[in-house]
Design a protein around this ligand. Structure first.
Ligand code: HPA
Length: 271
């Protein structure tokens, strides 16, 4: 995909430079239908040159510029997953657009499986760090200036934003876990042996997104935060198979809490 053409189309439609871009994963998709979003400027992925139609059912594939809790934000509904066969450059292209527009921070949200046995289905987890187990890196290839060739990843998830997410959870009276997100490619779920291995490696949650986008967001110099909705216990932890359906149902169950947390965080956002 040609990034310059994509950015020209994106910038031409952007009514303002958002302070924060929020990637809505499974469990937070309803935020794209909130009244504030309805009053915003919506840009379909298909209006951006090089962005294909979304394939995952239930993902609209659009970006919405709107005011949320008094702050200028961009809501990204739908994302390009690696397991759909998308090249890494496309999976991470939205981060390139946000970085170039001058967005300062990105909040990634996703559904994940709980690897940490002390977590419960429905818990929310602020991502403290990640393990890239996708076997590739979105920065492979010619370096895209002005980002550095070798990006520092000692604090990929901004410590101050994490603190603000914890403060928002306390203000909402919500329990919030904090842990390490390990990204696999999917689309098969993991085996019980893989989950035991991931636990030994230090993972608390496992999922199929977010890590490539977080890496590119850091390359673009944006601050990064992430929250996972733990929609199932990972493979082998319970005596039953995993289904996409249970992930969706747990996500729906947590949706109101997830939205309340994100709204509170946005309201107090201090960049
Ligand atoms: N594994 C990987 N990705 C996921 C899971 C899981 O158990 N749950 C939600 N996304």
């Amino acid at each position: 995909m040609e990034l310059n053409a994509a950015f020209d189309a994106f910038r031409a439609r952007a009514p303002f430079v958002p302070e924060l871009a929020i990637v809505l994963g499974s469990g937070l998709g309803q935020l794209a239908h909130c009244p504030e979003a309805a009053g915003g400027v919506s840009l379909s992925f298909t209006e951006i040159p090089g962005f294909p139609q979304q394939t995952v059912v239930g993902h609209a594939g659009k970006m919405i510029f709107c005011e949320l809790e008094g702050r200028k934000v961009l809501l990204q509904a739908g994302r390009f997953h690696f397991y759909e066969g998308n090249p890494m450059a496309l999976c991470t292209a939205p981060m390139r657009l946000y970085g170039r527009l001058g967005v300062k921070a990105v909040l990634h949200t996703n559904a994940a499986g709980a690897v940490n046995g002390s977590y419960q289905v429905g818990d929310l987890m602020v991502i403290s760090d990640h393990i890239n187990f996708q076997g590739t890196n979105p920065l492979i290839g010619p370096n895209l200036d002005p980002g550095p060739r070798f990006v520092d990843m000692t604090e990929p998830y901004d410590a101050d934003l994490r603190r603000q997410i914890h403060a928002a959870a306390s203000a909402c009276g919500q329990r919030l876990q904090e842990g390490v997100y390990l990204a696999v490619t999917g689309p098969s779920f993991e085996t019980p042996a893989e989950i035991r291995a991931f636990r030994a490696l230090g993972a608390d949650a496992v999922g199929m997104s977010t890590v490539p986008e977080a890496i590119v967001a850091r390359h673009e110099g944006m601050k990064v935060a992430g929250i996972s909705c733990l929609c199932n216990m990972a493979a082998g932890m319970l005596p039953q198979p995993l289904t996409h359906q249970e992930v969706l149902e747990a996500g729906a169950q947590s949706a109101a809490r997830f939205e309340a947390l994100v709204r509170r965080f946005v309201r107090g956002l201090d960049l």
